[in-house]
Design a protein around this ligand. Structure first.
Ligand SMILES: Nc1ncnc2c1ncn2[C@@H]1O[C@H](COP(=O)(O)OP(=O)(O)OP(=O)(O)O)[C@@H](O)[C@H]1O
Length: 297
């Protein structure tokens, strides 16, 4: 028995002569939300297809709980939302979801699920008349159907408006709260920064980072930005603090996490010459650039 919802252990996959997954390790505990990031072609979709058992791997092992990808048990326990969901356009949302429920053998409160994803007004409308966001919501209702152990979401918010994105993440949070491990492949860094527990970054088939945002920040040693606003003369402040002028009255300092307190003490020592201080830790965008870019290798 394992306490992991998903474990990926030394997985390799080749396409022709190219190794597209190279010794990938990744595990998700129940209820964890993990962002899977990487440039185009890094291997995210291939990894997701391998987890679904849709493409063979050539080394290592993948388990959904204790089940192997593609087995009946794994299929029951895994839900997948592709980037471009496609449904039968002649069916209504209610009919499509009822059909999925029958196919999966799950007992489902179809109107309740459609209500939960904000489609109660459209449940008897043909899917052909749904917008992209509505189809995405229907896809999410399908993910919610069987209370899966693992949910794999491929760019779930692409093409959605900001409110629909927020709604979608709220549903992902609910899914995680009921114990589903959620792996979200995405290019939307700002979103996943706020809405996931861990960040996994792939580069050319390898997993180059897998940790919490804070730990990745510490490991990367990226600088913290301090923006100091002068009350009177910013040039004097810039010279005293050894910072650079960034606009009318402000000075910017970059310091390592270890030097942060020392820098703050120096700023406080300037007394009334300082009107305000703003501190910005590295963002996921900075970390992504650090871990995913080739030049950094
Ligand atoms: N059906 C296929 N046949 C041959 N090569 C493929 C196939 N699908 C993907 N690849 C190759 O495998 C590598 C990984 O591609 P993959 O689609 O997994 O990347 P990705 O990280 O999902 O990219 P994106 O962000 O663009 O969706 C790439 O080099 C790609 O060209």
């Amino acid at each position: 028995m394992t306490d992991k919802a998903l474990s990926i252990d030394h997985v390799c996959k080749d396409r022709g002569k190219t190794r597209v997954l190279d010794t990938i390790n990744l595990s998700l505990a129940p209820g964890q939300r993990v962002a899977l990031l990487g440039h185009n072609g890094a291997g995210k979709s291939t990894l997701i297809k391998s987890i679904l058992g849709l493409t063979p791997i050539h080394g290592g092992a993948i388990r959904i709980g204790n089940a192997t990808p593609g087995s009946n048990q794994a299929r029951r326990e895994t839900a997948y939302l592709p980037e471009a969901v496609s449904f039968h356009s002649a069916l209504t949302g209610r009919e499509q979801l009822t059909l999925f429920a029958q196919l999966s053998g799950a007992k489902a409160d179809v109107p309740g699920l459609l209500d939960r994803v904000g489609l109660s007004d459209a449940l008897d409308r043909r899917i052909g008349t749904y917008s992209k966001g509505m189809r995405q919501r229907l896809g999410l209702a399908q993910v919610l159907l069987g209370q899966p152990k693992v949910a794999l979401l491929d760019e779930p918010t692409s093409g959605l408006d900001p409110i629909s994105r927020q709604d979608l993440y709220a549903i992902i949070d609910e899914l995680a709260a009921q114990g589903t491990a959620v792996l979200i492949a995405s290019h939307a860094l700002t979103e996943v920064e706020a809405r996931t527990d861990r960040i996994a970054i792939m580069r050319k088939g390898r997993m180059v980072a897998d940790d919490t945002l804070n730990n990745l920040s510490a490991l990367a040693g990226l600088p913290i930005r301090l923006k100091v606003r002068a009350s009177a003369n910013p040039d004097v402040l810039a010279a005293e603090l050894d910072g650079s002028r960034i606009n009318g009255a402000a000075v910017e300092l970059l310091c390592s996490p270890e030097d942060k307190m020392e820098a703050l003490r120096r700023i406080a020592g300037m007394g009334d010459a300082v009107a305000d201080v703003e501190m910005t830790p590295p963002k996921l965008e900075d970390l992504y650039r650090h871990y995913a870019q080739e030049e950094m290798q």
